[in-house]
Structures are given as structure tokens and as C-alpha cells.
Design a protein. Structure first.
Length: 92
């Protein structure tokens, strides 16, 4: 599946790497956002995007790993908040 328009004169490999780089950055951003809001939704999305970008061989491996770690941290923060407040939703 190609998410961006192909560049004339290039094969599919650079476009695929560019897509993987975009997914790595998106996982990092969504992981950061998930620490503040919607961590039940954004945490798993960040984990999935990071895993796919690493599988596709992204050049931004560090961002993908950070996105993966932040996605896991999102879920950990949610679990701690659930334990403290005894509810599924939490607020500050």
C-alpha cells in the first residue's frame, strides 16, 4: 500500500522507506500526545505505527523506538491512573 504519490523515475523502495519514516515520526508524536490525553487509544496506535515502521526498515529507527516506548508508557500511565482512581477514566 502506497500512502504517497510516486516520484517520477524512482522505484517503490524509496517511497516505502519514506512512508516508514513518516510512520516513525507519527508514532513518536502520538506517543507524546498519549501521555496527556486519550492514552487508551493513542498508546496502542503509537505501538502499532512504531512496529510497522521498524518492520519496514525506517531510517529514523530512534524515533520509532521512542514511539514504541512512549506507547507502552501511555498504557502504563493509564494502568496507574486506573489503580489510583478505581475508574476507567481519569482526570487531573
Amino acid at each position: 500500500m502506497q500512502l504517497t504519490a510516486p516520484v517520477a523515475g524512482r522505484t517503490g523502495a524509496p517511497a516505502r522507506n519514506r512512508d516508514a519514516d513518516g510512520m516513525a515520526v507519527a508514532s513518536f508524536i502520538l506517543g507524546l500526545l498519549g501521555l496527556l490525553v486519550l492514552n487508551l487509544f493513542l498508546g496502542p496506535v503509537a505501538i502499532a505505527l512504531a512496529a510497522v515502521s521498524l518492520w519496514r526498515g525506517t531510517a529514523r529507527r530512534g524515533r520509532a523506538c521512542l514511539g514504541l516506548a512512549l506507547g507502552v508508557a501511555d498504557l502504563a500511565v493509564l494502568l496507574v491512573a486506573i489503580q489510583v482512581s478505581n475508574t476507567v477514566s481519569w482526570s487531573l
